[in-house]
Write a protein of this length. Sequence first.
Length: 117
Amino acid sequence: VQLVESGGGLVQPGGSLRLPCVTSGFIFSRCFMTWYRQASGKERERVAGISSGGSSTNYADSVRGRSTISRDNAKNTVYLQMNSLNSEDTAVYYCNADCIGRPRPYWGQGTQVTVSS
């Protein structure tokens, strides 16, 4: 099982990023996918989630209106598009797969996003 996040890096305030999480080793289309983030010294925060078929999404208040979670079940990939980034978005971003029949979710290794001028 693999969940590989990418797309992180250094971005200026006000900029945008698109983070893909490419998965393998499990039935992606049976999983609710979630993006989390964890800033240094802070607890992990749930950012956005998307249902297995993609018809339902939800967002944390901190990112609602400037972020979009989406998925491509044919590519076993979930995406997080983030716009109007600010310093409070600096964190390691993780994807999480909560799958039918599995007692515990799968996690990726994370990708660092740093928002700074």
